[in-house]
Design a binder for this molecule. Sequence first.
Ligand SMILES: Nc1ncnc2c1ncn2[C@@H]1O[C@H](COP(=O)(O)OP(=O)(O)OP(=O)(O)O)[C@@H](O)[C@H]1O
Ligand SMILES: [Mg+2]
Length: 283
Amino acid sequence: MGDVAIRVRGLRRSYGDLQAVRGIDLDVERGQVFALLGPNGAGKTTTVEILEGYRARSAGEVSVLGHDPARRERSLRERIGIVLQSTGVDPYLTVRETVELYAGFYPRPRDVREVLDIVGLSEKLDARVLRLSGGQQRRLDVAIALAGDPQLLFLDEPTTGFDPGARRQAWEVVRNLASLGKTVLLTTHYMDEAQNLADRVAVMARGEIVAEGPRRRSGIGTSRTRRSGSGSPRTISRCRPSSPRPRSGPPTATSCSSPTRPGSCTRSPVGRSGRGSSSRGSR
Ligand SMILES: Nc1ncnc2c1ncn2[C@@H]1O[C@H](COP(=O)(O)OP(=O)(O)OP(=O)(O)O)[C@@H](O)[C@H]1O
Ligand SMILES: [Mg+2]
């Protein structure tokens, strides 16, 4: 595998007649922040959940840290952290109790205080989850994903629905993860988010990768794009950051989810349910 964390070739997923993912190729290097950018319905979540082992693929080859995620091996689940697009945790637990609960299911968990420091929730250690703001709840989602000290993190729309300030704070969390040497695959609707955070960006639309390239200081990518799937990815050299990269500010994460909404998706730690730090069944 060398230094490749994720390798995807010819990945396809259909739901009945709908081809949600149409033969995509991806390579994510270890230690890289990789953004999958695309509009609603592009196939981002389908792709990410296949890589997480929560969704079955129709065709293609997938390797995540050297494993086929479809096998749902514990040795892989222990090395990945997942922030779902929509999640739920027990609203009556405190922040500390929540992270400790998940940390307890991993062989080499990260210290809870360290985890909360990374996501900027140290001051909320003893607050109940139901008292957290939406942005703080999303940070807690990231903290849970970090509890097992994973090498690879999947963040599905970590900032959707957040105001600009909260998004910038969320970016700091992702930068913290990158500085710890974690590999991060995130999805986003926002070009500026991809430009600000990712080492490499793939643009997805209608189930295909239509452009891919490295982000450079001056923009996303210029020359190193490649073909993937049946489409013809183009260069994304026109992309330019719309604002300077923020250098400081308190870390946060964001989001779109309703983590404590009764009846919403609930998490199941790795040791209990055989899943990672989330709760979706394989589909
Ligand atoms: N379980 C499912 N059954 C049937 N169709 C599905 C299912 N999940 C997703 N789809 C369809 O597959 C396509 C891709 O959905 P997906 O959730 O992967 O997109 P996405 O890029 O994550 O979108 P968003 O940005 O809105 O989260 C959409 O047309 C969606 O309606
Ligand atoms: Mg999605």
